[in-house]
Every structure is written in structure tokens, then in C-alpha cells.
Write a protein that binds this ligand. Structure first.
Ligand code: GLA
Length: 385
């Protein structure tokens, strides 16, 4: 058991005075395919060695007691009184309990302590790590025999309905299905998936956290969804077979450009092209062509910046600075955007100059230090023995 898990276990023992089950639930990266999941498109995520650790034990009554180690905050409620809290973090936990109850699973209260090293609200999906981790924990504690996909959908429902972010399934899927040294190409329509090897000794995945968090992320995220739906609704009139942007080609979109709101047009164009980029990037991986893969990451960033408009000055700075470092293949903002982090792919010997250069550029432009993490692609949520 690593130091982090020991610490969370220690807090649990101190608070609740009994033995917990220990679960490790990772944050995710996404190499490419951003804002495509809720458009029934493709994504290429993986689970990482950054995780939320949950120490959990079931109760015989309906009382729920949670302790967030990283904030040193307690929260208690009961299964009959699950409701949103000003502390925010309890919502991810309560949301999962609420959807399990609603689905009719026989669960009772629980004692939970959790903490981790996934940057919070930083684009690595710390929220899905709590939700996926707890869904996994309930399945384990009550022997519910639910498969990974059902757990991912329940965790997504917690975020959609309880927390109120209309996110897609990518984060929870990566959290539960991740494997070491492999990324997942997920078809977010059929939910069929394929693992792609990602095991180069000489390559590093580096996360640069702008440390900027913007409250508008939720409202703008939900607005992007509506804009994509508006595009689909118009095109459906001409092509009734269209169900989502997944079914739209650039040619068809352009043919109806004048009828579409210009903003809606840009949003749709980005999504269609991003889906194509994921398909091409997977071919690059098979051919071990990281130069081409990296170019697609830069193109993805430009699309997110100019067409989808979810980047920020800080994220653009990080990507531009990364591009100047020798040995970097590609870089782009990752996750929902409006703050959070970038992901960069580079040769291992570039990490040092990347660190120096990107930190210096960012400091000079913003007066702040970014947080830079080298991450490994690791197994998804599991019980710690
Ligand atoms: C957030 C959401 C995901 C996905 C990304 C953008 O992480 O939770 O479902 O939409 O944004 O790709």
C-alpha cells in the first residue's frame, strides 16, 4: 500500500474506528477526442497513476458519514436526506448513492474517507474518480454483480442528474476500464472499445496544470451541448437519418452553413473534424508515428480554441510554450476547458527543458507557477490488497 493509501486508511481508522475496504480510483488523461463523447463520437483516454483513494465500510443503518482528507472536512447525512451541499465535494458521493437507490439496489449507509493526488477540478476528472470509485466500491461491498459498463453509466448519471453537469461517458469509462500501458479508443455511441498499446520507454505524458479554475465551466459546458444539438436538429430536417454529429460530414454541414447560426456552425465543424482526428490518430499510434500524432494534438487544440471556444489564455500559453521545446511531439488543452490543464507528449529527455521553459514562460506571462506532472498510464479502479 503506497503512502497516500496509508494516509487515507489512517484517517478512516481514526474517524470511524474500524477496518475499511481500500479502493484506488484513477484520474484520466485523454490523448485526443475532446467534447466528442456527448456527440456520440470517439475518444482516446487512459487511466493514470494519479488517483483518489477511498476507504469505505458499509453500515447497518442509513447514516452516511464522509471525510475528505484533502480538505479536512466532515459531512454526514442519511440515505433519506441526500441533497446538494455548499461544500460541493459531498455531491459526488451523494449523487452515486442517490442513483443506486433510484435504480433499486439494496444499499445501506456507509462510512467513507477519501483523498488523493488528482488535481481537483483540473481536467483529469477528479469528480469521475470519486463517482467511479464509489460505484465500484458499492458493487464490491454489496456484491451487486454489476459489470463495468453499468457502473460507468451509474456514475455518469450521478454527475448528470445530481451534480448537474451534462457530461459524456468518457471519464467514468476510462476510470473503470483503464489498463496499464494502454489507451482506450471508445466509440461513445455503441460503447464498443479497443485498447491501443501505449508503452514506449522513451515517451512521457506530461500534464501542465494552469491552476486556473473557472466557475463558468458548468454553464458553458452545458451550453456547448445545446449548440451541438441545435446543429443536429436543423440538419435532421434534410437528413432524417442523422442522430448526432457523429453522422454528419463536413460537406453536409457546409451545404447548410447559411441556415445555421454562425456559432452553432463553428461548434459542429469542430466536433466533426475532431472525430476524424481521433480515427487518424489511432492509425498513427499503430504505425508508431508520434510526429503525426502530435500534429493532430496541436490541431485539436486550435479547434478547441478557435471553433469550440473552450480554451483560455493560460491554456493557450502553455501549449504555445510547449511547442517551442525540442522533443515535444504535441500538446493541447485537455478535458472540458476554461481552465484546468494541458496534455503534452514528449521524449523523456525533453522533460527537464519542458519543465524549465514552460514554467518560466508561464511565470513571465501570468505571474503564477504552473503545476507540471509526468503521469503514467495505469490500471483503472481496483481494490487495494
Ligand atoms: C469533461 C466531461 C467529459 C468530456 C470532456 C470533454 O471531462 O466530463 O464527458 O465531455 O469534458 O471532452
Amino acid at each position: 500500500m503506497n503512502e497516500l493509501a496509508q494516509k487515507v486508511r489512517g484517517s478512516f481508522l481514526e474517524k470511524f474506528n474500524r477496518e475499511p475496504v481500500m479502493i484506488s480510483s484513477p484520474g484520466r488523461i485523454n490523448l485526443i477526442g475532446e467534447h466528442t463523447d456527448y456527440n456520440e463520437g470517439f475518444v482516446l483516454p487512459g487511466a493514470t497513476d494519479r488517483a483518489i483513494i477511498l476507504a469505505v465500510a458499509p453500515r447497518k443503518d442509513d447514516i452516511c458519514r464522509f471525510y475528505a482528507c484533502d480538505f479536512n472536512q466532515d459531512f454526514s447525512t442519511s440515505l433519506g436526506h441526500l441533497q446538494k451541499s455548499d461544500l460541493h465535494w459531498p455531491d459526488y458521493v451523494q449523487g452515486v448513492l442517490a442513483v443506486f437507490l433510484q435504480a433499486g439496489y439494496q444499499i445501506r449507509g456507509l462510512d467513507l474517507a477519501f483523498g488523493g493526488n488528482v488535481p481537483i477540478g483540473g481536467g483529469m476528472s477528479s469528480s469521475a474518480a470519486i463517482e467511479g470509485g464509489l460505484a465500484f466500491a458499492l458493487n464490491h461491498l454489496y456484491d451487486l454483480k454489476l459489470d463495468g459498463l453499468t457502473l460507468a453509466k451509474l456514475a455518469q448519471q450521478a454527475e448528470n442528474d445530481f451534480v448537474g453537469v451534462k457530461c459524456g461517458i468518457m471519464d467514468m469509462f476510462a476510470n473503470l476500464f483503464g489498463q496499464a500501458k494502454r489507451v482506450i479508443k471508445l466509440d461513445c455511441r455503441s460503447l464498443e472499445f479497443e485498447y491501443y498499446p501505449f508503452e514506449w520507454e522513451e515517451i512521457r505524458v506530461v500534464i501542465s496544470d494552469s491552476l486556473v479554475r473557472r466557475a463558468l465551466a458548468t454553464s458553458e459546458y452545458n451550453l456547448r451541448r445545446q449548440q451541438c444539438e441545435a446543429g443536429v436538429n436543423l440538419l435532421k430536417k434534410y437528413y432524417p437519418e442523422i442522430k448526432s454529429l457523429r453522422d454528419v460530414t463536413v460537406t453536409r454541414l457546409v451545404a447548410h452553413q447559411t441556415e445555421l447560426d454562425p456559432v452553432v456552425f463553428k461548434r459542429c465543424l469542430y466536433v466533426i473534424k475532431e472525430n476524424q482526428r481521433v480515427e487518424q490518430a489511432c492509425q498513427d499510434l499503430l504505425q508508431r508515428d508520434l510526429i503525426s500524432f502530435g500534429q493532430r494534438m496541436y490541431e485539436s487544440h486550435l479547434g478547441l480554441r478557435n471553433e469550440y471556444e473552450v480554451s483560455s489564455r493560460e491554456l493557450d500559453l502553455l501549449v504555445e510554450s510547449a511547442a517551442r521545446v525540442e522533443g515535444v511531439y504535441g500538446s493541447r488543452m485537455m478535458g472540458a476547458g476554461f481552465g484546468g490543464c494541458t496534455i503534452s507528449l514528449m521524449r523523456s529527455e525533453a522533460v527537464k527543458s519542458f519543465n524549465e521553459r514552460v514554467s518560466a514562460d508561464y511565470r513571465e506571462a501570468t505571474g503564477q507557477e504552473p503545476a507540471i506532472h509526468v503521469v503514467r498510464i495505469e490500471a483503472g479502479t481496483h481494490v487495494i490488497k
